[in-house]
Design a protein around this ligand. Structure first.
Ligand code: FAD
Length: 343
């Protein structure tokens, strides 16, 4: 198809569109900007930063090179400062819903339409949409949705909101353990951690730290246990927790029930764009270039899939560098040859 003249124009044709302003998208913007490419970032949330600001802004991280111990939202701010330094066009609160390849004046372009109806054209595309649209996994309790906004949380956004509150955390993975540790000095002790198995999936060091908190009386770990009922009128006041081994039930007072059971995610509209997939949630890429199954379309970060993939920020940043340098090289018909940032 050819790009029509009268459609709602989202601006000029740029060298590169980046879908998603998380760590991978921001890093891709940096590397493309450094090559003097014109860049547009489309981000569905109000702000850039991806999972770091949306899911765990106040979690301390220690595994990102150069940052021995950093709060996720501080790391997000640094990534944004670096990624936006070449002033890419930034479109926030817009979700990409359609993509097609079009021809305009003899040039092959990529046409993105967002949920606002805006249309954007570019010569290349890097998909860095992470997990796509998030949906939290919920406790299988009838009427669970009615407690949202009344003390039921699927993520911790601000620790201060939970200051002095009685909290029950449900989950057995890293998030549940991280927040048990992270909130233990904020909430009213003991913070209660409920997991349906005796064994946790989280890092051994986090489990050991939680057990140490339990020894000090600042945490209570309940396993193998499940939340069976939520009680309260306007807000959550208590939960009934059952020990699934003994069948014993206990009513535990609580102001906040934080269920950290992970998120189910899907590619959403991106899965319908005719790009080859890797499993259900990722786009297949060639890891040596990060190219997808169509020309001039690349992916990096959590959304990019290949054998042996590890979803970590460090990996996302490296993939973004590969994707941006290859995308720019492809549209310029040159060899991908990254330049150093210093002269
Ligand atoms: C609780 C938790 C703790 C973690 N801790 C660590 C850790 O300690 N160390 C570590 O290395 N990694 C950690 N991770 C993983 C890390 O956050 C991810 O690997 C990283 O965020 C991936 O970056 P990304 O840019 O690929 O995707 P994301 O961060 O998911 O960013 C994708 C962005 O794309 C946007 N988007 C999605 N769909 C669209 C669309 N259709 N149109 C426009 N925009 C769209 C989203 O809104 C989002 O902002 C953790 C993850 C979680 C959930």
């Amino acid at each position: 198809m050819s790009a029509s003249e009268d459609e709602s124009d989202g601006g000029s044709t740029v060298d590169l569109t980046i879908l998603g302003g998380g760590p991978a998208g921001l890093a891709a913007a940096y590397y493309a900007g450094h090559r003097h490419a014109s860049v547009r970032i489309i981000e569905s949330l109000e702000d850039v930063g991806g999972q770091l600001i949306a899911l765990y802004p106040e979690k301390y991280m220690s595994d990102v090179a150069g940052f021995p111990n950093v709060l996720a939202n501080q790391l997000a701010a640094s990534l944004a400062e670096q990624g936006l330094q070449f002033r890419p066009e930034l479109r926030v609160a817009e979700e990409a819903v359609a993509m097609e390849l079009v021809e305009q004046d003899g040039e092959e372009l990529i046409r993105i339409v967002t949920n606002t109806g805006a249309v954007y054209l570019s010569r290349s595309l890097i998909v860095t949409t992470g997990h796509g649209a998030f949906a939290p996994r919920k406790l299988p309790l009838e009427g669970i949705d009615e407690w949202e906004g009344k003390g039921l949380l699927y993520a911790v956004r601000e620790k201060a909101e939970l200051a002095g509150k009685r909290c029950v955390i449900v989950g057995g993975g890293d998030s549940a353990l991280d927040w048990t540790l992270g909130l233990a000095t904020t909430t009213e002790p003991p913070i209660v951690l409920v997991h349906r198995r005796d064994r946790f999936r989280a890092l051994e060091s986090s489990v050991a730290a939680a057990r140490a908190l339990e020894q000090e009386g600042r945490a209570r770990i309940m396993t193998p246990c499940e939340v069976r009922e939520i009680h309260g009128s306007d807000r959550i006041e208590a939960v009934t927790i059952e020990n699934t081994a003994s069948g014993e039930r206990e009513r535990v007072p609580c102001d906040a029930l934080i269920t950290l059971l992970g998120f189910s995610s899907h590619l959403g509209a991106i899965g319908l764009w005719g790009l080859e997939r890797f499993g259900r949630r990722q786009l297949l890429v060639d890891p040596t270039t990060m190219r997808c199954s169509k020309p001039r379309i690349y992916a990096a970060g959590d959304v990019a899939g290949y054998q042996g993939k590890i979803t970590l920020i460090t990996i996302s940043l490296a993939e973004a560098a590969i994707a941006a340098n290859n995308a720019i090289a492809e549209i310029r018909h040159e060899k991908a040859q990254p330049e150093y940032s210093s002269e």
